[in-house]
Design a protein around this ligand. Structure first.
Ligand code: AMP
Ligand code: GLY
Length: 439
């Protein structure tokens, strides 16, 4: 070869990685990164009851909001890549702080994180860029919101503007329900009552699918589409949760469908960010509804989905760490191609009793399964108690993920895996993947 450009394989990957966050998503990221050749050590801050047990991983007791503590840890441990999992530290500017100190960070700055942190900002960007999304009406006062609702004369979807941990959305069936949701937002239920704002949105219909683009600000790589199960109850009933299970690749979007999402949604989004002088390095997560008229963006997030991340990580090749570092450095053009395993991945969440409402905590998690090549146990809301035992500490407690050539086998494996772990009040859906299972 005489090419003067460095070959992909010559691009060095990271050796010492910090993953920020403590959920199932971060547990799966740490596991996948620690498996990449060249990665010597992965720290997870603050991690959870499972992160320290992952091969090559260590837990650091530093809160995701403690940017100075995280920066110090990066320096003393000579971290050469930081991957930020959750949206809250991104929206608060953690990536900006670490980047300003010279660290390569996978995760957007506070400016780019507005894609998730402000629904008004994101909807305006979409409208200006011609990205398909439901019609909307922003409002910054209760009176303005109620007037917009009455003017439309039909129950609209009501969305609190800021980060609301997935709980700020009401798909109203009646006008009364829509009015009540508006009142709730301006009563301050989702954060600031002073200066609260919302968007009213046209209701759209269709199956939902999550698409993730890894970007260096200029270029992007798409991951296989995943389908989440947002409702707590079997048959997709009951209140919304963070996600009770997922599978990938979702056949809802074949290669042509994914290419259309890239062209209609993700490339225009990146161009619109660039036009606003935003150098977005991280994940763009498009939550899509596949309507009769084509894909429509329900929401953007500035991070991986949870549990989509747990579902996807086992399918991604050993180039992952190098690809994320290349995104962080703005040089995806020099990264190796991210290989993606053929086959199906299935993820089932075991949640605490009461989730997504008031939950029980402190129940001992018993049993285990070796996290390996086709079956993984990722901890989410767990922690190590003083006596070393692992106890429940959050709504979604564990994610069991399995891979196989077909979805039936993958889900059988995941559900069989779940039988080997237990805790009081363990709550799960038996019908995850009903869309793709035949038995
Ligand atoms: P979000 O937090 O924006 O993802 O919304 C939570 C859930 O509300 C989505 O997963 C959808 O199921 C539903 N939803 C949001 N926006 C709409 C819409 N415009 N029409 C119908 N359902 C919606
Ligand atoms: N699984 C949905 C989310 O992460 O927002």
């Amino acid at each position: 070869m005489t090419a003067s450009a460095p070959q992909a394989s010559q691009i060095p990957g990271p050796r010492r990685v910090l993953v920020v966050g403590g959920g199932g998503r971060e547990n799966s990221l740490a596991w996948a990164l620690a498996r990449c050749p060249g990665v010597e050590r992965v720290w997870v801050a603050p991690g959870n009851g499972g992160t320290a047990a992952l091969a090559g991983c260590e837990t650091l007791a530093i809160a995701e909001s403690d940017s100075e503590g995280l920066l110090k840890a990066c320096r003393s441990r000579e971290v050469d890549l930081v991957v930020v999992g959750p949206e809250a530290p991104l929206a608060a500017g953690l990536a900006d702080r670490l980047r300003a100190a010279g660290l390569p960070v996978f995760g957007p700055g506070a400016d780019g994180a507005r894609l998730e942190a402000s629904k008004q900002w994101a909807k305006t960007l979409m409208r200006e860029a011609g990205i398909p999304t439901a019609g909307f009406w922003p409002a910054t006062s209760r009176e303005q919101a109620l007037a917009a609702l009455e003017a439309q004369g039909r129950p609209l979807v009501v969305k609190a503007d800021g980060l609301a941990a997935g709980k700020g959305v009401t798909v109203a069936e009646t006008m009364a329900e829509a009015r009540a949701a508006i009142e709730e937002i301006f009563a301050g239920r989702f954060g600031e009552s002073q200066g609260a704002s919302l968007v009213l949105e046209e209701r759209t219909e269709g199956p939902e699918v999550s698409v993730f683009a890894l970007t260096d600000g200029q270029r992007m790589v798409l991951l296989p589409p995943a389908q989440d199960h947002k409702r707590i109850g079997e048959g997709d009933t009951g209140p919304n949760t963070g996600g009770m299970g997922a599978y990938a690749p979702a056949p809802l979007l074949d290669a042509d469908g994914l290419a259309a999402v890239r062209r209609l949604v993700l490339e225009p989004t990146l161009a619109a960010l660039q036009a606003r002088s935003i150098d977005y390095r991280g994940v763009i997560y498009a939550g899509l509804m596949l309507t009769a008229d084509g894909p429509s963006v329900i929401e953007f997030n500035c991070r991986f989905g949870d549990p989509e991340c747990e579902t996807l990580m086992p399918l991604l090749g050993p180039e992952l760490a190098t690809v994320l570092l290349a995104c962080a450095n703005g040089r995806l053009d020099r990264a190796p191609t991210l290989s993606i395993a053929a086959g199906c991945s299935a993820c089932v969440i075991a949640a605490a009793e009461g989730y997504p409402g008031e939950i029980r905590r402190g129940d001992v998690v018993e049993g285990d399964l070796a996290t390996g090549d086709s079956l993984q146990l990722f901890h989410a809301g767990t922690r190590r108690a003083e006596d070393g035992r692992c106890v429940t500490a959050g709504g979604r407690v564990l994610a069991v993920v399995a891979q196989a050539d077909d979805f039936d086998t993958a889900f059988e494996r995941a559900y069989r895996g779940l039988e080997r772990v237990r805790f009081n009040g363990m709550t799960l859906r038996r019908d995850i993947g009903h869309q793709v299972r035949t038995r």
